[in-house]
Design a protein around this ligand. Structure first.
Ligand code: HEM
Length: 535
């Protein structure tokens, strides 16, 4: 609809008044009362004090004062878009989930993000990118909350606050903003050998993507799929970009950050506006208990991936992002993803990182979005019927209808919603037993083999980029012992890499290799490439 022109005119004080005419909506207060003058407070005389009676002024300023909500504790800077996921039916045999049935088209909302920077930080920071997808399925919302890297820094969620504290600005100075280039980050990393595989990835070009459209995405954890008969299959999820995988190089990243810190969000916005809709294939790696016994690592360990040679990726559908948000705050800022949002046919594994995440997201969102009713916000609301007896609380938009707000009740058809043993969510009945202990499984103990496998699978120029990035980042570290400790880990990954970095850092003495908790697979040769890395 074209907006009719406003009339404008100058009054004695010189300010501009634009008045509603024709179809132009009338400016109102939050109570719907038309506003006559939005330029001047109510005063006692033209030069007198402002009056408390000015409800329009007070309401306008009060609302402005409360515009900010806490930014996300991690992944604060992000950008989202709407689209759809279309299943080719290949997963229907192993999962009963409606979203995987042949031809099923499910609306989605995706938010891409950086991890460590604040909401106003630049897009091209060297950082992991979040890739979170909300599927509004017929059976409720499923959130696949992943990253653009298939592994993670830590194995157990209890270490997450330490990882993030170390990566964010230091608490006294509140700098540096950059995740990588500082002592606290490298101190934590060098004392956390399980992070070495992830370190190889973050020092690679993966953490300076050219655009969100050229990124892969990974669910990282092992999940379960469950079929109609209750049989379970393990799964890892992968997003493969139709445009292929592309990164910039470091000096391009630095220049882009200076010239246009909104480079990635602008790219997504403009591509969708131009009808060049970003598209990804959803791929899965499926495996069973038998495979778990033969896999040399533990599939519950989020610092490990499953090489595609061992379990090929099977395409099960495609996702297209074809609609921009109407309002950044309402949608991208208020969207709440949570790993615990799964639907019948999708279940969790015992990955200790995943289990911790299942607690953390809901907990943080309770605060970030101001109470227990954030699922009533349109971007978070399922697009299927939601009927339960939960009620009230701040901002309740959806309360039980009718007389009953409890069950069981005696009110028959007017008694509200009932359980459905056939359609309802059932957890996979995995048998569990064991003493309550705080120990890490021995099967999680090899921290270097896959780091090495990743490094040797890179092309020579990509290896140079990793060596350069490590040298650059570690050269910013003031504490010599931390630099040496990092080189001692690199010695367990690749002697050539360790040597290049040690020389680049001008280490006076090359340290001994770090003590490994478990022998690494030193038999790996450069030919042991991971095709997971080759898009
Ligand atoms: C936010 C991914 C581990 C806590 C996010 C987001 C992504 C993500 C993509 C941003 C979601 C959005 O766009 O709104 C991951 C991945 C992990 C991981 C892939 C490891 C495999 C963890 C762990 C914890 C955690 C271990 C805590 C124990 C959080 C919190 C937020 C968040 C609190 C903010 C959520 C919000 O405010 O809505 N994560 N994360 N994450 N993550 Fe994680």
């Amino acid at each position: 609809m074209t907006q009719p022109k406003n009339s404008s005119g100058e009054n004695k004080g010189g300010e501009t008044h634009q008045t509603a005419q024709g179809g132009t909506p009338v400016l109102t207060t939050q109570q719907g009362v038309p506003v006559a003058d939005d330029q001047n407070t109510l005063r006692a005389g033209p030069r007198g004090p402002a009056l408390l009676e000015d409800v329009h002024f007070r309401e306008k300023i009060f609302h402005f004062d409360h515009e900010r909500i806490p930014e996300r504790v991690v992944h604060a800077r992000g950008y989202g878009a709407h689209g759809y996921f279309e299943s080719n039916g290949e997963l229907a045999a192993v999962s009963r989930a409606a979203v995987f049935q042949k031809g099923e088209k499910t609306p989605v909302f995706v938010r891409f993000s950086t991890v460590a920077g604040s909401k106003g930080s630049p897009d091209l920071a060297r950082d992991v990118r979040g890739f979170a997808t909300k599927f509004y399925t017929k059976e409720g919302n499923w959130d696949l909350v992943g990253n653009n890297i298939p592994v993670f820094f830590i194995q157990d969620a209890i270490k997450f606050p330490d990882l993030i504290h170390a990566a964010k600005p230091e608490p006294d100075s509140d700098f540096p903003q950059a995740q990588t280039a500082h002592d606290n980050f490298w101190d934590f990393i060098s004392l956390t050998p399980e992070s070495m595989h992830m370190v190889m990835w973050i020092m690679s070009d993966r953490t300076i993507p050219r655009s969100f459209r050229f990124m892969e995405g990974f669910g990282i954890h092992t999940f379960r799929l469950v079929d109609a008969a209750g049989k379970s299959t393990f799964v890892k999820f992968h997003w493969k970009p139709k445009h292929g995988l592309q990164s910039v190089v470091w000096n391009e990243a630095v220049k882009i950050n200076g010239a246009d810190p909104d480079f990635h969000r602008r790219d997504l916005w403009n591509a969708i506006a131009a009808g060049d809709f970003p598209e990804w294939e959803l791929g899965v790696q499926l495996f069973d208990d038998e495979f778990l016994k033969t896999f040399e690592f533990d599939a519950l360990d989020a610092t490990k991936l499953i090489p595609e040679e061992q379990v090929p990726v099977k395409v099960v559908g495609r996702m297209v992002l074809d609609r921009r948000v109407d309002n950044f705050f309402a949608e991208t800022e208020q969207v709440a993803f949570c790993t615990q949002n799964v639907v019948p046919g999708i279940d969790f594994s015992d990955d200790p990182l995943l289990q911790g995440r299942n607690f953390s997201y809901l907990d943080t969102q309770l605060k970030r979005l101001g109470g227990p009713n954030f699922t009533h916000i349109p971007i978070n609301a399922p697009k299927c019927p939601v009927t339960n007896f939960q009620q009230d609380g701040h901002m309740a938009m959806r309360n039980p209808k009718g007389r009953a707000n409890y069950e069981p009740n005696s009110w028959g058809d007017s008694g509200g919603p009932r359980e459905s043993p056939e359609r309802g969510y059932k957890s996979f009945p995995e048998p569990v037993a064991g003493a309550k202990v705080r120990v890490r499984s021995e099967t999680f103990a090899d921290h270097y083999s896959q780091a090495r496998q990743f490094y040797v699978s890179q092309t020579p120029i990509e290896q140079t980029h990793i060596a350069n990035a490590l040298t650059f980042e570690l050269s910013k570290v003031q504490t010599a012992a931390i630099r040496a400790r990092m080189v001692s880990h690199l010695l367990n990954i690749d002697a050539g890499l360790a040597d290049t970095v040690a020389k680049g850092l001008r280490l006076k003495e090359v340290p001994k290799p770090a003590a490994a908790a478990k022998p690494t697979r030193q038999d790996l040769k450069p030919s042991d490439k991971l095709s997971i890395l080759k898009n």
